[in-house]
Design a protein around this ligand. Sequence first.
Ligand SMILES: C[S@@+](CC[C@H](N)C(=O)[O-])C[C@H]1O[C@@H](n2cnc3c(N)ncnc32)[C@H](O)[C@@H]1O
Length: 245
Amino acid sequence: MAAESYQQSSAAKPDVLPKPGDAILDLGCGTGELSAYLAELVGSKGYVIVVDPDLSRLQLAKEAHRHVKNLSFIEGNSDKFEGMGSETFDIIFSNYILHWIPEKSRAFRNMFDSLRVGGKIAAQYSDIIPPFMATSYEVLNPERFEQLNNMFHPVKRDDVDLLCVTAGFDVMKSYSPKYTRDFYPSVESLLQWLVGTTHGVFDLHLVTQERIELLVEKFGNPPFDFTTNSFDCRLVAVKPKSQTL
Ligand SMILES: C[S@@+](CC[C@H](N)C(=O)[O-])C[C@H]1O[C@@H](n2cnc3c(N)ncnc32)[C@H](O)[C@@H]1O
């Protein structure tokens, strides 16, 4: 079952869960595990629209969850997505995508315009580039260091809250969990993750044995456990009834 596999694979459970019959948008699907979990929760009377700008990821997610009937995978992004402006969604999930979006105020406005009154956004994001990632880029891919760093647009939690309120939302919850767990059993698993999370911009051809040894000098021998004080943030906000004077 999708719910079970999501629960087993994910350390981070959503702060808000949909109910049967809900209309859900999952903005930025990755492998689609969360999307399939949500589809199971909304049941046959509800639906989940999943958008992602990365066509190869979208295709992989679609293939992995093709048996799920109430799940639609559609190319899109925070500026242009199926149902944008429709005021129909009950919840919009954005799981680890805010730090990918350079222009966040527009993204919040688009989400606001797509939710029904009383609808919510549930977001998880990083407010910095995790130090172990920055070090890995610097040591293993110095030629691409700038490009890799520039892919991410992390913003501090207070500023995200402000963007959210400016778009019209009431913030219900905004917090950082105590710690962020990042664990890699081997050098290969870390490399795989660096390639995957940067959509292939991190280049394995640039990773020499000498560079790996330098990294191990800095991190110690694998397994690499980068569990640390949290740089993850979580946000739940609601679209309020319009204020009449
Ligand atoms: C770290 S993955 C998270 C995937 C998934 N939500 C999860 O929790 O596993 C980030 C995803 O956001 C997508 N993304 C990047 N920019 C985006 C944007 N402007 N709007 C929507 N999705 C975006 C990427 O293609 C990628 O699939």
